[in-house]
Design a protein around this ligand. Structure first.
Ligand code: ADP
Ligand code: MG
Length: 679
């Protein structure tokens, strides 16, 4: 029933139907889950004798003396009187002569508007009004306010939604297990939907919000936990467990040129423990840029390879994959392993040869880009798959890995996010956090530079370049069609080359370049053949050039804090003091506040919390791609409800992971998948 088309339900015009369609509202059900944006509490009715001046009052009364007139200045006014048992006041509207055709002397109305002293008497100014009915929908109650578009006002929506609420909410089949409803004292789904639109009172509104907000978090967590359970299901368990080779790991750690941090050791231990279990690991390691996630992954890889398994590492860009290849090669050189690289730019012949080696099991470790999860790929005995910058890959892309046998899955992310968000977004994985930087890492000096200091900044940079340092310049967009006036990278490149740093080598990097061109430029930059690299956000992930010490970001307000933090992590990787300079064209307070937190904080976790609080989860880097729908009522910062939803979801999955006894819940979760996860 709920999927009945609105044209069969509403009496309205096709123009209105089209507008609704543009808002994504096509069926009766869509209209009913189009929840109010906010509410106006008009439940308190004031008698005229008690009217509060300069405040919004809702008054019930009878209209008299209504007429239109023109002022000397040509303003068109509608004036009237409103009377109840306790007195009479004036009412005035401007430029709405049609009101005179809607209200008559003797009309019984409920009006809401601001009371002012004007025209020699207390007067309601431009009030909204509704004729007295058995049940008011625009007044004398908590009134829902919806997202509006031109032609679709809240008033219009209220009028259309109210009759549906009365007749159609019964078609919402509650999917929440009765035991949870009982235990938490929740409203049933149909009651909640009724009250989210037309709450009986404040308390019921809160209950409706509580129930529907819980639902959003609960189904996400349930889905995540079910995925985790599915990931752990394997046909033959003995193939999965990889024993810890303590001697080997000790030896590896001892020979590193540095000491692992406590957080690195703890994370490595968690991983090795996981891999020993008879079901596949699914673990996410979060750690700030430069916190040393790779080396932890390499140790785990070594352990798996030496136990006779193959390992794969997948990175989102070719540059990053190459870098992993190089460091793995370097760190694992003493162990005599066969380590290979595959990417989109490998030739067909190279790929075929490599794939056949992978299938025969002669390759120990393969590192690559998305090319790693193509059709023809296969492994003889894949034990561990590592996915770097995991949020760059879709859920489905990651799950392809499972089809190569049931490998342990280790995901790495340099986008630290608050725990509440992490368990909701990545609840199908266990979490390790590297919240500590290697010893001796320098703080990067960060400054927000006003436009009038730009030339000074350039001079200072020039000086640094003359001393041999290198510079990143990041611009938000690629080409000149940029209407927002943000510096485009090609223009900026030309400008810097001709006018600012003519005597230095400048490189240009953006996503539209061919991958071979990109590599060449990156290599030239790594070899210091290029002094200043002008780039879009493609440098964001993982590039390691220790001699680069300055990160200059144009249009900084256009990036999220987490992303800015990632950029900043490109410098400060070597022995020299490093700097991050932010330029912004936006003077708004919000962006000022955000950018000054960049100056103030160096922890990615801290910055992510601020981003979450200031801009909401949708804006945070990676959340949009994560397959999480926009939450209407729940907040991803609401740790109390997130924990509550987590516990309830866990209890259900422990009892009945396939939801055999909860068919509606099962359907709900499967539908979430259809609607929201797009790869
Ligand atoms: P990320 O977590 O950003 O992926 P990497 O793993 O690339 O960081 O590590 C950054 C650099 O720090 C690498 O050159 C790595 O070899 C080095 N490194 C890793 N762990 C430590 C440590 N405990 N002490 C010093 N340097 C380390
Ligand atoms: Mg990394």
């Amino acid at each position: 029933m709920l999927d009945t088309q609105l044209e069969d339900v509403l009496r309205t015009t096709s123009r209105h139907l089209n507008k609704l369609k543009n808002m994504g509202i096509v069926t009766a059900g869509d209209l009913l889950i189009n929840f109010p944006r906010t509410y106006n509490d008009r439940s308190e009715v004031t008698s005229i004798g008690n009217i509060k001046l300069n405040e919004v009052n809702t008054i019930r009364g009878i209209i008299t003396h209504i007429f239109n007139r023109k002022t000397k200045t040509g303003k068109l006014m509608t004036m009237a009187k409103l009377t109840d048992d306790t007195g009479t006041i004036g009412v005035v509207w401007f430029h709405q002569p049609h009101i005179k055709r809607m209200l008559f002397n003797g009309s019984e109305v409920v009006m809401t508007g601001k009371a002012k002293f004007a025209f020699g008497q207390t007067t309601l100014q431009s009030p909204t009004f509704e004729l007295r009915k058995e049940e008011q929908i625009h007044s004398e109650r908590i009134v829902p306010v919806y997202h509006e578009t031109e032609g679709i006002s809240s008033k219009w929506l209220r009028e259309k939604i109210k009759p549906l609420i009365d007749d159609w909410t019964k078609y919402f089949k509650d999917y929440m297990p009765e035991e949870i409803i009982d235990k938490q004292g929740f409203l049933h789904l149909n009651e909640a939907i009724k009250n989210i639109h037309f709450p009986e009172n404040k308390a019921m509104l809160n209950k409706a919000r509580e129930r529907l907000g819980f639902d959003e978090l609960f189904v996400l967590q349930l889905r995540a936990l079910q995925k985790k359970w599915q990931w752990q299901q394997v046909a033959s368990q003995d193939k999965v467990s990889i024993p810890q080779n303590i001697e080997l790991i000790k030896d590896f750690i001892k020979n590193l040129p540095f000491e692992l941090t406590r957080a690195q050791k703890k994370t490595l231990y968690e991983i090795l423990q996981d891999m020993e279990k008879p079901y596949p690991m699914s673990r996410l390691v979060q750690g700030d840029v430069g916190s040393g996630k790779t080396i932890v992954a390499i140790a785990a890889i070594l352990n798996a390879v030496k136990a006779g398994f193959q390992c794969a590492i997948m990175a989102p860009t070719e540059i990053l994959a190459k870098q992993h290849y190089q460091s793995i090669y370097k760190f694992l050189l003493p162990y005599g392993l066969n380590i290979q690289f595959i990417s989109g730019s490998s030739t067909g012949k190279q790929k075929l040869e490599l794939i056949s080696q992978m299938k025969r099991g002669t390759v120990d470790i393969v590192i690559g880009t998305h090319a790693l999860i193509q059709d023809k790929i296969g492994f003889k005995k894949l034990g561990l798959a590592v996915v770097d910058e995991q949020h760059r890959f879709g859920v489905k892309q990651r799950s392809v890995l499972k089809s190569f046998g049931s490998p342990h899955l280790l995901s790495l992310s340099a986008t630290p996010i608050p725990r509440t968000l992490a368990i909701t977004l990545y609840g199908d994985q266990d979490l390790s956090i590297i919240d500590e930087m290697p010893k001796g890492r320098q703080e990067i000096i960060t400054r927000l530079i006003p436009e009038n200091k730009r030339i000074d900044a350039y001079r200072w940079i020039e000086d640094q370049v003359n001393k041999g340092r290198q510079v990143f310049v990041i611009c938000p967009l690629i080409d000149e069609s940029d209407i927002l006036g943000v510096k485009s990278v090609t223009q900026e490149y030309a400008h810097l080359k001709e006018h600012i740093f003519p005597q230095h080598e400048i490189g240009l990097l953006h996503g539209k370049l061919k991958s071979a061109e990109k590599n060449e430029i990156m290599e030239d930059f790594a070899k210091n053949k290029i002094n200043i690299l002008v780039s879009t956000s493609v440098v964001e992930v993982g590039i390691d050039v220790p001699n680069a010490t300055i990160m200059l970001i144009e249009g900084a307000e256009r990036f999220g804090l987490s992303q800015l933090h990632q950029f900043r992590g490109r410098v400060g990787r070597g022995e020299h003091q490093s700097y991050c300079f932010l330029f912004t064209e936006n003077k708004s307070q919000e962006s000022g506040q955000r950018l000054s937190s960049m100056v103030k904080y160096s922890s990615g976790f801290k910055l992510a919390e601020i981003d979450l609080a200031l801009r909401g989860p949708g804006e945070i880097y990676g959340v949009k791609q994560s397959g999480i729908p926009d939450l209407k009522l729940a907040s991803l910062t609401d740790s109390v409800n997130i924990e509550k939803a987590r516990l309830e979801a866990q209890a259900i999955i422990e009892k009945d992971p396939e939801l055999k006894n909860y068919p509606r819940l099962k359907e709900k979760i499967n539908r979430l998948e259809d609607v929201y996860v797009k790869d």
